[in-house]
Design a protein around this ligand. Structure first.
Ligand code: SAM
Ligand code: SF4
Length: 326
């Protein structure tokens, strides 16, 4: 379906949990995390019901996220059933990779179409500092398992001044020898990112550094509208691609095709605002599919024109990234 600004909305990010086995400094506080009680998190049956309604409204791609989605029990059965919904063409997942080695085979067997693996560093000590957990070896093994499978893989890296700026070339070079996409995502001023004191590296600056080292980055034209907000480039002799998501300076709002469902069943139509629809409340009030579809349709139609990350703090959603799903 189209929203009030004529954007075709076809991509839903569904968060399956607010829990996580890492504590990345820009995303989740070390202490004082209030976990949602289990009863407040949508059951898998509820997720499936909403996904069916989404598909009837034109959603073609679903990305599962969190918190850490691999912590959710029966994840593979959910993927299998989502893949069975008419109209859903792609089901993908964003993960920190800690549990990936164990689960990779069953996720692939369930029909998962792609994985975005968050990897900000290739150094175990930097990983422990940034994520406050010693799990680098597990993530590295998970990454290797996907590379061995030649699975559809994207790496997500948030470039941070004084943290991983010395290894961004090494990270980008993973796309030189592997048929994967290495994506650099600008740090977004959401939740903990404000208080952490971390500073992101602007995309333009990183772009120049990469070109100085790898030569011209040639844009790759994406024909697929489900591709998302990244812009992709190819460097000479690279088998894979380098992508950039520069959310702040180059707003991609005019072509934003996505909606988000939080783990507690709140439909968000823009990452930066707290407005949306309490889908869980409606589900548990016993509304029928017709009414639920109408309410979701109205909410999607009113999707805000653009984000407001650079505006006054009071206008921003107070939810943290791990509560929304990135
Ligand atoms: N736990 C999973 C993971 O880390 O991949 C999925 C959820 S996580 C919230 C999704 C993505 O959001 C990750 O790639 C993470 O790097 C990114 N993220 C979290 N906080 C961010 C921020 N303030 N700015 C930019 N990206 C952020
Ligand atoms: Fe967990 Fe992902 Fe947030 Fe890191 S970015 S704390 S792995 S939810």
């Amino acid at each position: 379906m189209r929203d009030q600004f004529g954007r075709e909305i076809e991509y839903a990010r569904i968060s399956l949990t607010d829990r996580c086995n890492l504590r990345c400094r820009y995303c989740m506080p070390e202490c004082g995390v209030k976990k949602l009680p289990h009863a407040e998190i949508l059951s898998l049956e509820e997720v499936l019901r909403v996904a069916e309604i989404f598909s009837r409204l034109g959603i073609r791609k679903i990305r599962l996220t969190g918190g850490e989605p691999l912590l959710r029990r029966n994840l593979t059965s959910l993927i299998f059933r989502l893949k069975g919904i008419a109209g859903i063409e792609q089901v993908t997942l964003t993960t920190n990779g800690v549990l990936l080695k164990t689960l990779a085979h069953e996720l692939i067997a369930a029909g998962l179409d792609g994985i975005n693996l968050s990897l900000d560093t290739l150094d175990a000590a930097t990983f422990a500092n940034l994520t406050r957990r010693k799990a680098f070896d597990k993530v590295r093994e998970g990454l290797q398992a996907l590379l061995d499978e030649r699975f559809n893989l994207k790496l997500n890296c948030v470039p941070l001044i004084g943290i991983n700026d010395g290894e961004l070339l090494r990270l980008a070079a993973l796309a030189k020898v592997n048929p994967i996409k290495v994506r650099f995502i600008e740090l977004m001023p959401i939740g903990c990112a404000w208080q952490s004191g971390l500073k992101g590296i602007p995309t333009a600056e990183l772009f120049k550094t990469l070109e100085d080292n790898f030569g011209e980055l040639v844009p790759v034209r994406e024909k697929n509208s489900l591709q998302g907000p990244a812009q992709y480039f190819k460097a000479k002799d690279f088998v894979g691609q380098i992508g950039f998501i520069d959310a702040l300076e180059h707003k991609f709002c005019s072509s934003c095709n996505r909606i988000r469902l939080t783990a507690e069943g709140f439909l968000k139509t823009c990452l930066s605002f707290d407005t949306g629809l309490d889908v869980k409340k409606l589900l548990r009030m016993g509304v029928d599919d017709e009414e639920l579809t109408e309410k979701i349709r109205e909410t999607i139609y009113r999707k805000p024109k653009e984000h407001f990350f650079k505006g006054a703090a009071g206008l921003r959603d107070s939810r943290q990234m791990y509560q929304v799903g990135g």
